[in-house]
Design a protein around this ligand. Structure first.
Ligand code: 5GP
Ligand code: ZN
Length: 114
């Protein structure tokens, strides 16, 4: 998708601060961090929202979760803990319509979210 911000990162047209990458997944620091560690994990494939995921994407999204676990370990969050979030569409405040998992940690997080 040529007009998608995160597809531009996958294509190398925009270079975020990448913390982890596989053939299928990219993880990079959020430009506006909401916690001491705030990383976004995306599939390189353009899927707009969680609601657009299909059976074909099951393995891919599993790899995304494995990547989150790996990144959390690399960021030294595995013991203290962290939160993973998918914002889906307007009521959740999704701004970028390329599916992404937020990984937040490094401080005590409130629950429930606002
Ligand atoms: P959403 O609200 O869609 O769940 O989250 C989108 C996230 O993308 C936000 O946390 C926002 O700060 C982040 N973001 C938006 N533009 C950029 C950018 O150009 N670079 C990076 N690294 N993050 C971005
Ligand atoms: Zn995209």
């Amino acid at each position: 998708m040529s007009d998608c911000l995160f597809c531009k990162m996958v294509a190398g047209e925009i270079t975020p601060e990448v913390v982890y990458e596989t053939d299928l997944v990219l993880a990079f620091r959020d430009i506006n961090p909401r916690a001491p560690t705030h990383i976004l994990l995306i599939p390189k494939k353009h899927i707009p929202t969680l609601a657009d995921m299909t059976d074909e994407d099951t393995q891919l999204m599993g790899e995304l979760m494995q990547a989150a676990k790996t990144v959390a370990e690399k960021e030294d969050l595995a013991d203290s803990g962290y939160r993973t979030v998918f914002n889906c569409k307007q009521d959740a405040g999704q701004e970028v319509y390329h599916i992404h998992m937020h990984l937040l940690g490094g401080r005590r997080l409130q629950w429930p979210p606002g």
